[in-house]
Design a protein around this ligand. Structure first.
Ligand SMILES: [Zn+2]
Ligand SMILES: [Zn+2]
Length: 328
């Protein structure tokens, strides 16, 4: 059985569980580990059965609970290299060394490197309490430790960028995690190397495209022939224009690397989409610049001509509660 469960969608956190082919993956970890586990159980999914986490891009609403969740479960995280690097820059504590400290650090690192690797491997066991505490971000090394003469590299457990395993993928190159095939494609968004996906398991194809400023031809081509389409419907143009955001933020959201409006999503559903999906899920709705009814009406109108008993059942993903699991 193939199952698609949106746990959360929106600028306060995004996470979806996809299972099929005896494999279960989490797409984005935008909720705290504790909330992620709570919602998974609410949706009838056991967190301990997750095989991997896949990240679309490094914005906080997609990675907030990543490190804690991956460590807690001891599972690999799949990124593009650009996204992984951006995530590490975001999560690493800002720390400055004097030139003398840096030289000493390099000297110590080259001496006894192997001994440290062995010692760290022992310390890398996940901490059972870190998820229960609900911490979304690991604690950075304390100020006192940073100021000491000793400039040993931090133990893995204290290294906020440490993950049980990291795997790289590239947009345009399909790969597999167990029984799920993933086809990542580039999306236009203001992140280091953002991607959307088509997931395929047991012959079911699921298209996944949020956080994109517009729908370029490569994305249109990818989203053909899917059985499920999760598509961003972020804002209503008028609500955004008249809304509370500062001008610069409005410009960013509206830009070619921002977010997809209800109008743009509807335009695609009417003219760019093949009408084949059994389910169309509107996602990443803005809480400030959109109303679920506006998003729904725009999409319904666009899908009107395609009404079929078997296709295009329209659903809205929510921020504060999981969507009922969709089974194939
Ligand atoms: Zn986002
Ligand atoms: Zn984003």
């Amino acid at each position: 059985m193939v199952r698609f469960t949106v746990l959360a969608s929106g600028s306060r956190g995004n996470s979806t569980v996809i299972s099929g082919g005896h494999t279960r993956i989490l797409v984005d970890a935008g909720l705290s580990c504790r909330e992620l586990f709570r919602r998974m159980r609410l949706a009838g999914e056991e967190p301990e059965t997750l095989d991997a986490i896949v990240i679309t891009h490094e914005h906080q609403d997609h990675i907030n609970g990543l490190a804690v969740t991956a460590r807690k479960l001891g599972i690999p995280v799949y990124f593009t290299e650009g996204t992984h690097r951006a995530w590490m820059r975001w999560i690493a504590p800002r720390r400055q060394m004097t030139y003398a400290q840096w030289l000493e650090y390099c000297r110590k690192q080259s001496a006894g490197q192997q001994a440290e690797v062995d010692a760290q491997a022992v310390e890398a066991e996940p901490d059972d309490h870190e998820c229960e505490a609900g911490a979304a971000t690991p604690t950075p090394p304390s100020e006192a430790a940073a100021g000491q003469d000793s400039e040993e590299p931090p133990a893995r457990k204290e290294d906020p960028t440490w993950l049980p395993a990291v795997e790289y993928f590239q947009a345009g190159r399909a790969f597999e995690i167990g029984g799920i095939q993933l086809s990542p494609f580039t999306i236009p968004h203001d992140a280091a190397d953002p991607v959307g996906f088509v997931f395929r398991a047991e012959g079911v194809r699921m298209g996944f495209a949020t956080d994109l400023g517009y729908i370029p031809p490569n994305v249109k081509a990818q989203l053909k022939g899917v059985d499920l389409l999760l598509l961003e419907s972020n804002h209503d143009l008028e609500m955004l224009r008249d809304g509370p955001y500062p001008w610069a933020v409005k410009q960013r959201v509206l830009s070619r690397v921002g977010h997809l409006s209800n109008e743009a999503a509807a335009e695609f559903l009417e003219n760019g989409y093949d009408g084949q999906a059994a389910y169309v899920i509107l996602a990443h709705l803005s809480e400030n610049n959109n109303l679920p009814e506006l998003a729904r009406v725009a999409a319904e109108r666009a899908l009107n001509g395609r009404a079929s008993l078997l296709a295009n059942r329209l659903l809205l993903a929510a921020q504060h509660e999981p969507l009922s699991p969709i089974d194939f």
